[in-house]
Every structure is written in structure tokens, then in C-alpha cells.
Design a protein around this ligand. Sequence first.
Ligand code: NAI
Length: 308
Amino acid sequence: MKITVVGAGAVGATCADNIARKELAQELVLLDIKEGFAEGKAIDMMQTAALLGFDTKITGVTADYSKTAGSAVAVITSGLPRKPGMTREELIGINAGIVKGVAENILKYSPDAIIIVISNPMDTMTYLALKSLGLPKNKIIGMGGALDNSRFKYYLSEALNCSANDLQAFVIGGHGDTTMIPLTRFATYQSLPVSNLLDEAALAKVAAATMVGGATLTGLIGTSAWYAPGAAGAALVESIVRDEKKLFTCSVALDGEYGQKDICLGVPVVIGRNGWESIIDYKLNETEQAAFNKSADAVRNMNSVLTE
Ligand code: NAI
């Protein structure tokens, strides 16, 4: 099995590193447009193989898509990251051109690939891939919610002083500071509703911290985060290649589910060998559905920039 990661920057290289450590593929191609950059990162990672004990062969290439031929999964991380004070939405113009070109090149050599889009603004980039590639909708997955769920669990674990692994918590909606919706009503700690353990104010604080989780890190680091985004991308790859059928929030094409159509937005989906295989309906209450619709409006508004 071969996997390609496009963009050897912070997120792409971390994603590739996780894929190699978990030996999710025999071959991993890391591609970047910057001369020598992916080659260098690949060699550096390969020099950890004897220390970490993995046998995945990582090859770095500069824009040579022929080397990606036959990939089962391609992860797109190419594009600009945001700087402090920037929103993900401000990246749209530049990243749209990059993502479209990259996805077309990938499909030229790997027509059966499942595409995971990470570049921001992710919901719009996923929609762009959906509209421009003509692939079956289940093969296009936007990664944002898997990260936001993990951030939600992190803040909950801090508030509850418990392991993040004992929590179930989902964020839905757009992958943006104001468009994501942490579903506090459904968050559980070992099957116990978290609302039994935290009062309303504490839960609201966790939800607010989750929503600006990315911006908080951008403020601290000076650019956007990469450890958790890279790990989240690799977790999706793992569920695909091992056909784990794990539940993640991902941005996928909605066709009436959650009351929305002709949009890619974060909803809980089962991820397996066919890409996203089904959407799980959380049966939102009126307030949650209203928030989801508002989020859809904001993302739809952003998508309209693509046709302007
Ligand atoms: P980075 O700047 O470290 O890496 C981006 C890489 O893409 C660079 O090495 C650049 O040379 C490469 N690149 C640019 N144009 C290319 C092209 N046409 N073909 C191949 N490679 C190309 O950025 P970072 O931090 O890795 O972020 C990457 C993207 O992921 C950004 O758009 C960022 O906003 C997004 N992101 C998304 C997250 C999510 O949850 N969906 C989380 C974190 C970042």
C-alpha cells in the first residue's frame, strides 16, 4: 500500500511521521513544491527508522507526481497556514488554487485515491475538491473535526482532571473559530453525561476554549499548530487503511443530512476502507440545529468566493 502526503511543511511532515511510525503503509511519498524540502524531510524521518523500529519507506519528491502513482490515500496539506490575528477564511484565494492543482495531479496518477483535505479554510477546500474532481462523494474527506474533537476532549479532561481517552465528545459544523459547535449535551465521561459533572458555566468555558483552540496556539507559537493536526490526519488514514470504521467528525458532502445540502460541513461519520461510509445522526435539538444552520450559512458564504 502506498500513501501520499502533499505539503512537507509542519502539518504534512507531522502527519507523515505518524503514518510511518504506525506503519500504515509500505510506501509513503512526501511531496512539496519547494525544491529539496520534501526530500530532506523524508531522509530525516528515514533516519529515525532504526531508532523507532518502523519499516515504512518514505520518499520525498519535489512536485513529481509520477512518484505518487497508485496511492490508496492522499492527504493534502499544501497551502499557507495562518499567522496570529488571521482567520482561516483569509487563506481562501491562495489555497484554492493550490488545493485544486494538487488534487488534480494526484488523481492523474492515483485515480482510485481517497482524498483527505487539511488545507484551510478546510470546509471550502473540501467543497472545492468535491466540485472540481468528480469523485464519488465518499472519497473526499475534510479533516478539521477530528482535531476539534480532540481539542474538546483536552479541555474537558483539564476541567474534569481525567484522561482524555475516557471521554466521548464531538464538535460539528464548520472548522472555524465561530462556526464550530461543541456538542456539550452529548459529551460523556465513561457513559456519564459530562453535564452531570460540570456546571453550565464550566461547560461553556470548555466549549469556548475549544472553539478558539487553534487561534490560542497560533497566538502562542506564531503560526498554526501541527502536532495535533498531523496526528488527526494520520488517525483518519489509519481508520481507512485498517478499515477500523471509527467515528470522527469530518467535513463531508451533505445531501439533506442535518438539514443541509450542497455543502461540505463537519458531521460525525464512520471512516473505513471506502472513505466516509455513513453519517451518524445525533438528532439535534432546536438550538443545536439553529447553530448548525448558521454555521452552514457562514461556510456557504465563503464557498461563494470560489465562483466569484
Ligand atoms: P507550512 O507552511 O508549514 O507547509 C505548507 C507546505 O505546503 C509548504 O512546505 C509549501 O512549500 C507547500 N506547498 C505550497 N504550495 C504547494 C504546492 N502547490 N504543491 C505542493 N506543496 C506546496 O504550513 P502548515 O502549518 O503545514 O499548514 C498547512 C495547511 O494546513 C495550511 O493551510 C493550514 O492552515 C492548514 N491547517 C489545517 C488544519 C485543519 O485542522 N484542517 C490544522 C492546521 C493547519
